[in-house]
Design a protein around this ligand. Structure first.
Ligand SMILES: C[S@@+](CC[C@H](N)C(=O)[O-])C[C@H]1O[C@@H](n2cnc3c(N)ncnc32)[C@H](O)[C@@H]1O
Length: 265
């Protein structure tokens, strides 16, 4: 049985791998930077805001938020290689900086942030309430929490996607849209916005399908025997995920929560 620390390290290793970058691209969530900027607009980010990006991976979103909204962004990520990559890729004069840390126990100062962003990662956190409590601790009164994540209806995960694969795809411990809203409310936030962005999953599936097909064709041309590659079943799995989205069982939602207390000036 894996310890919590081992499970987090395993998850981080997977997302900071070259394979994840190859399949998903630079941002590891549906909708890419377009959806990141949409979340920033919904949150009302503005010039000079001090923002934390929880589970910042290779730092693409943190850099984009700094550029577009002219705010200072501190990315926190469990994977040491991803933090190193983010640090090296960020221009020295830029607005984004990165530290290694656990979203469930953040190495950051209480009340020091105007806003916190967390994209496609709450679904992976082992203790979600603790991560929300940590987010509330970081924020000033009236500070905003922008969350985007995979949603899933209970009991809809097919057997093939249970276990590690479902976990990697952020599905195994994802919540319903109401589940995330309730998590925020219980953690001291008033949910001010929620937006269905599930169509972005279909777009990402189209891209992933194309890349997998090219990858499999390349493997066959290189002489791999049929059935040899674990990826051979992936078109079937992609079709299953697509069906779940179409049936409304799987989705991607954006939420904005405002920390209860005084409004910001
Ligand atoms: C699906 S990726 C999303 C990355 C990024 N937010 C994005 O949207 O491109 C999930 C990220 O969460 C990180 N992660 C998982 N558990 C974590 C934790 N407890 N603390 C910090 N990062 C964590 C993983 O290492 C991975 O980089």
């Amino acid at each position: 049985m894996q310890s919590e620390a081992e499970a987090k390290a395993c998850c981080a290793d997977l997302y900071q791998s070259d394979m994840a970058k190859l399949i998903m691209g630079d941002t590891l969530h549906p909708g890419g930077l377009g959806l990141t900027n949409k979340l920033g607009r919904l949150m009302g980010l503005r010039s000079g805001d001090v923002v934390a990006d929880l589970a910042s991976a290779r730092g693409e979103s943190a850099q984009a938020l700094g550029r577009v909204f002219r705010c200072s962004v501190l990315g926190v990520e469990f994977g040491a290689d991803a933090v190193r990559h983010a640090h090296d890729a960020a221009p020295e004069s830029g607005r984004a900086h990165f530290v290694r840390g656990d979203a469930e126990c953040l190495p950051l100062r209480t009340g020091a942030f105007d806003a916190v962003v967390c994209e496609c990662s709450m679904s992976l956190f082992i203790n979600k309430s603790q991560a929300v409590a940590e987010t509330a601790r970081l924020l000033k009164h009236g500070g905003r929490f922008g969350l985007s994540d995979v949603t899933i209806e209970p009991g809809s995960l097919p057997a093939e996607l249970e276990g590690d694969l479902g976990q990697v795809l952020c599905m195994t411990s994802a919540l319903t849209a109401d589940g995330y809203a309730g998590l925020l409310e219980e953690g001291g936030f008033e949910v001010t916005d929620r937006l269905d962005a599930s169509s972005e999953i279909i777009k990402i599936l189209d891209e992933v399908e194309g890349k997998l097909a090219a990858f499999l064709a390349f493997q066959r041309m290189s002489g791999a025997a049929p059935g040899e590659s674990q990826l051979e079943r992936s078109p079937e799995l992609v079709a299953k995920v697509r069906d779940m989205v179409t049936a409304g069982e799987l989705g991607y939602w954006l939420f904005v929560g405002e920390k209860r207390g005084e409004k910001r000036g």
